[in-house]
Design a protein around this ligand. Structure first.
Ligand code: FAD
Ligand code: NAP
Ligand code: NAG
Ligand code: NAG
Ligand code: NAG
Length: 472
């Protein structure tokens, strides 16, 4: 505890999750000292800071954001926002990414967050320290530097740490990639340089290999033949962009075949199973393709390189564990890892997680014992596995996110999200599954705590696809 008896909390990252943490900590000056938010870059917004460049910033650090030039949100602003800070009224429901960055800047203005953010500061290590009389007998040493020169570092002591560092690009270590690299880009792995740069170094080679992290716009791929691996939201959105520039796309994925209309020039294939010596890709059904571009839309990984090994947070096949309520390592309950769940509505999810964390720290919710939390984590993971959920999908909450949010609100004793939230969000998912080409032209209107309506491009009101659940 600080000398004034208030809890000092460090926040790692000034993306949407870190800003949300700061906003709520600042609103409780009775209990919390002003937070310290460490942000590696010079900007707030994380993912929402578009960088035209790929690879590294001028200081050599890897570019964080995977944003591309023409991205519009895939969640209507009515439910994408933090529940206590709506997007501007004049905006359509699906906004361009620049509007989200503006929105987050306005959030910083409104809640006066700017002065609490230390820009150009990279968290290099987070270590628990035993402290008698500390929160749960613990405190945290947080060591920072400028991310480039590790010889000049500073260590500060905190009562709690909220980890909000977002996701990192996976290092593309699948077997397909290795095969491609052996053929065409043999030095990429050793050189540790981005694949897009590799391509330029090897201009005589026949194929270009890239990850969606390095995708910025469709023009460089105009008219090309592309095998796009992975039909997550990146894969689907990017194949629409490629279709617009007349690329010939094979969308290769392991899900059930999509049944909605696909963009012109896009066809589906099962996953790529091998790469032949000459670089030809072979699909699971035996068919082959020799594309000019092999584009990985295979998602992103979590990494917590700064976290002391002793804390015992493991990352394996996209599962981060053991974490009570996907947030708290049972042995170190003043550390919080925010925002690792997937297939969720991110901003409101961060809001709920943050409010819950505050209720833990201020004592209004008493955590179970370490043993009970460990048991809870074990049972929860076992139950998901028993339902046939693969390890790599355990953190995908999807429609279960609403029960999760409600549970945290109940345990933490704070207001749950308004009732329309889940129904509107889930309805948008239905519209997307039916018609991925047009769902972003809809506009939503919220009428009251429960009711909302939706109009199509021509101003026609659409029938709502899901009934509103009666309150339990
Ligand atoms: C292409 C794409 C499109 C998306 N579209 C949508 C959408 O339409 N709607 C939606 O709601 N969500 C969307 N998302 C999800 C998006 O990730 C979340 O909305 C949200 O931005 C995640 O915020 P975050 O704070 O968890 O992480 P990030 O935004 O990644 O922020 C993390 C921050 O931590 C900083 N950081 C990392 N490591 C350190 C360190 N060691 N020290 C200091 N600082 C550090 C980074 O610089 C960064 O600023 C999209 C994601 C992607 C990749
Ligand atoms: N605003 C927008 O329109 C927009 C656009 C892009 C992205 N986003 C957001 O960005 C985030 C990340 O999305 P994402 O699509 O990049 O990642 P993702 O959701 O993790 O999807 C990756 C997909 O790739 C598949 N995959 C992985 N390895 C594969 C392999 N070897 N062979 C075949 N398929 C493979 C995965 O299948 P398995 O799950 O079976 O492994 C998964 O379906 C999400 O939050 C999303 O909402 C939003
Ligand atoms: C924590 O930081 C202090 C001050 O820098 C240092 O003296 C101490 O050894 C550190 N403790 C641990 C466990 O890292
Ligand atoms: C990213 O995740 C994939 C799939 O779980 C894994 O194969 C790969 O090694 C991970 N990469 C890193 C850098 O952790
Ligand atoms: C959606 O709303 C925006 C802003 O109010 C408006 O400009 C746009 O025309 C609307 N679009 C549809 C499809 O109704």
């Amino acid at each position: 505890m600080s000398s004034l008896g208030k809890l000092r909390v460090a926040v790692i990252g000034a993306g949407a999750a870190g800003l949300c943490a700061a906003r709520h900590l600042l609103s409780r000056p009775d209990t919390f000292a002003p937070p310290v938010v460490y942000e590696l870059t010079k900007y707030i917004g994380g993912t929402w800071v578009y960088e035209e460049k790929v690879g590294s910033y001028d200081n050599g650090l890897p570019i964080h954001s995977s944003m591309y030039r023409d991205l519009r949100t895939n969640i209507p602003k009515e439910v994408m926002s933090f529940p206590d800070f709506p997007f501007a009224k004049h905006l359509p429901s699906f906004v361009h990414h620049t509007e989200v960055r503006k929105y987050l800047e306005q959030y910083c203005d409104h809640f006066r967050l700017w002065d609490h953010i230390q820009f150009g500061t990279s968290v290099a290590s987070v270590s628990p320290v035993d402290v008698k009389g500390g929160w749960n007998g613990l405190a945290w040493n947080v060591t920072t530097d400028n991310g480039v020169d590790h010889s000049k570092s500073t260590t500060e002591r905190f009562d709690a740490v909220m980890v909000c560092n977002g996701v990192n690009r996976s290092k593309l270590t699948t077997k397909y990639l290795c095969a491609w690299q052996q053929n065409t880009f043999e030095n990429c792995l050793d050189l540790q340089i981005p694949v897009a740069t590799c391509y330029q170094l090897n201009s005589q080679s026949k194929g270009m290999l890239m990850h969606s992290h390095d995708y910025r716009s469709a023009e460089p791929l105009a008219g090309k033949s592309v095998v796009l691996l992975g039909a997550g939201l990146s894969g689907l959105d990017i194949c629409m962009e490629l279709s617009n520039v007349d690329a010939k796309v094979i969308l290769s994925h392991g899900q059930r075949p999509l049944t909605c209309p696909l963009p012109p020039g896009v066809q589906q294939a099962p996953p790529v199973t091998s790469v032949l010596d000459d670089g030809t890709l072979e699909f699971k059904n035996g068919e082959r393709a020799q594309p000019e571009v092999f584009l990985f839309c295979t998602g992103y990984n979590f990494t917590f390189p700064f976290l002391d090994k002793k804390v015992g947070v493991n990352v394996q096949e996209h599962l981060v564990w053991p974490l009570y309520k996907f947030l708290i390592p049972p042995a170190y309950p003043s550390l919080f890892i925010v925002g690792i769940c997937r297939a969720i509505c991110p901003f409101p999810h961060f809001h709920v997680q943050t409010k819950f964390i505050l209720s833990v720290l201020d004592g209004s919710f008493r955590l179970p014992s370490r043993e009970d939390m460990e048991k809870d984590v074990e049972l929860d993971i076992a139950a998901r596995r028993a339902r046939g959920i693969a390890t790599r999908h355990i953190l995908k909450l999807d429609s279960e996110q609403w029960a999760y949010n409600d549970e945290l609100a109940r345990l933490g004793g704070f207001k749950p999200l308004p009732r329309y939230w889940s129904n509107l969000y889930e309805s948008n998912k239905v519209f997307r599954a039916r018609d991925m080409l047009n769902y972003k032209t809809h506009n939503y209107t919220v009428l009251d705590n429960m009711e909302w309506k939706v109009h199509d491009l021509h101003g026609q009101e659409l029938q709502k696809p899901l009934a509103v659940k009666k309150q339990m």
